[in-house]
Design a protein around this ligand. Sequence first.
Ligand SMILES: [Zn+2]
Length: 82
Amino acid sequence: MDPKQFMNLSDIYQQRQTGTKAYEDFDATQLFCPNCKQAVPVRKRLLLVLPEGDKYEYLCAYCAATVGTKIDRDIKPLTIIA
Ligand SMILES: [Zn+2]
């Protein structure tokens, strides 16, 4: 793995962070936590930046157990709706 490429991906991620607030809000959700035995609010944590997308981990807001992971695929549409 080329470390320079990883740096570039991180930079791209940083830039995207500022422009995708609405998308982040859409992601706010509740998941079932096996420890708390109920649907709980979750915290989203970036685990990895992969070529196919950013891998996130969802942590229970109460006990910090991992309740799920997800890959946000970074497939950009060819046409931009302005
Ligand atoms: Zn929990």
